[in-house]
Each structure stands twice: as C-alpha cells, then as structure tokens.
Design a protein around this ligand. Structure first.
Ligand code: SAM
Length: 243
C-alpha cells in the first residue's frame, strides 16, 4: 500500500485515512462542491435514484461520512444507519442532520462508528447497503464486500458509487492534470491541507478498473452485478444482489 508516494503497511493506511478525514471533516462539504464543480450532487442524486429506497426499508449507508447519501434516502421514508470509521465525520453529519431536521419524518437516522471491514450487525439485517466514495479508502476491500454480503438480507441489494477509470481520451489527460496538480492546490487553498487531497487523488488512481472491481463484488457472493459508468467512467455505480 502506498500513501503520499511512500510505501506503508495496511495498519498504517488505516491510520492515515483516519488522519485525512479528521483533518478535512469540517471543510469536507465545501471541498466536495469546489472539487467537483457541484457535480457530486448530481452523481449522488443519480445513485440514490438507482438504489430506490422504499418507505420502511432498513438501509446501511457505509462510510456515510457527513450524511449526503443518508439525507437523500431518509427523505424517501427509509430507516438509515450511517456507519463510518471516523467520528469527526459522523459528528459533522449529526450536526447537519439536526440543522435539517432529517429523520424527523417517516424515516429515521442513526449514526454509528464502525469499520466497514468488520461491522457489528447480525447477518441478514438490511434491505440495502450503500457506500459512496468510501470503498477506495478501505484497506481490505474484499473484507468490506464480504461484510456487506453478510449483513444484507437475502434479496438485499448492494450499491457502490466511486471514482473509477476515465475511458474517454481527452478527458483522461485533463483529469490527470487536474488531480495531480490542481486538486492538492485547491486542498491547500480551501482547507489548508494539500497532503490530504494528494492522498485522495492517489487513492483514485490506484482503485481497480471497473471490470476488476465488478469481479471482486461477484467473488464476495453477489449476483446480477452491474456497472454504470458516468462521464466516461470518471465515476461509476456498481451494484449487485444477494440471492
Ligand atoms: N459517503 C460520504 C459522501 O459521499 O459524501 C462520505 C465519503 S468520504 C470521501 C469517505 C468516508 O469513508 C470518510 O468519511 C471515511 O472516514 C470513511 N471510511 C474510510 N475507511 C473506512 C472504513 N474502513 N470503514 C468505514 N468508513 C471508512
């Protein structure tokens, strides 16, 4: 595993990811808008449309951070458990939930500190499992996928939104320049933290391409897997079913 261009152990990666998100938690939402030109909102809307949360469903939003996906799903009446390894991100999420009055309608929201690689819920607990821009930060992705499969009910669905591999030439070159040079500078200017954004860019480059990641989801036991590339693979929605 490498971090900031140096090789580190898996334990070290987990610790560094913790540092990165504690450092960016307070600026996380502003940075998302700045870095994606607001596009992350559209990707998240599309993602939740695909998940189709139903009133009364139990949904685990893993790596849920400051709640962007959870707020969109609770509006539709689902019961959302937001799990994240980082308490600072969850704290910002809980504050936002209070400000918005989220979960005060038909749906409900719970925030819990958990590692995706080993979650505390019993087998067959959830109707759906969502993870948005989270899985590439997990040290052992195979363990997280196995846990996702374990906690889903039979018939439950898995949905992952993640940066992927840009396949449109032209956009690919522009994106490489953007992520290598511009992103850390924006991180420095807006959040006073170039290193964290250097890590984010690096973790995007290292993430497996779409066919490889889809194969990992199948290996975890999911059936009927699908990949939906968005903007030439800049972002992709992967899904699968526990049968
Ligand atoms: N899902 C949110 C969104 O779309 O705005 C937050 C995404 S944020 C880029 C990634 C999140 O993954 C961070 O909050 C981080 O703490 C969390 N994370 C990283 N490793 C994790 C792990 N092993 N288990 C659970 N959450 C993890």
């Amino acid at each position: 595993v490498s971090f900031g261009y140096t090789q580190v152990s898996p334990q070290e990666k987990t610790r560094k990811v913790g540092e990165v998100f504690s450092s960016v938690a307070r600026k996380y939402d502003v940075m998302n808008d700045a870095m994606s030109g607001g596009m992350h909102r559209l990707w998240k809307d599309r993602f939740v449309k695909r998940v189709k949360p139903q009133p009364g469903e139990q949904i685990l939003d893993m790596a849920g951070g400051t709640g962007d996906i959870a707020f969109r799903m609770v509006e539709r009446g689902a019961h959302i458990t937001v799990a994240d390894i980082n308490q600072d991100m969850l704290d910002v999420g809980a504050e936002r939930a209070l400000e918005r009055g989220a979960g005060e309608g038909e749906g409900s929201l719970v925030f819990t500190c958990q590692n995706a690689e080993q979650v505390s819920f019993p087998n067959n607990s959830f109707d759906a499992y969502t993870i948005a821009f989270g899985i590439r930060n997990v040290t052992h992705i195979d363990r997280a996928l196995a846990e996702a499969h374990r906690v889903l009910k039979p018939g439950g669905r898995f949905f992952c939104l993640e940066f992927s591999t840009v396949e449109w030439s032209g956009l690919k070159e522009a994106y490489d320049i953007y992520s290598e040079h511009l992103l850390p500078r924006m991180g420095q200017a807006i959040a006073g933290d170039a290193d964290s954004y250097r890590y984010l860019a690096e973790s995007i480059r290292k993430f497996p391409p779409m066919p490889a990641f889809e194969a990992m989801i199948r290996s975890a036991g999911f059936a009927n897997t699908r990949v939906e590339p968005i903007m030439g693979g800049l972002v992709a929605i992967h899904s699968g079913w526990k049968i």
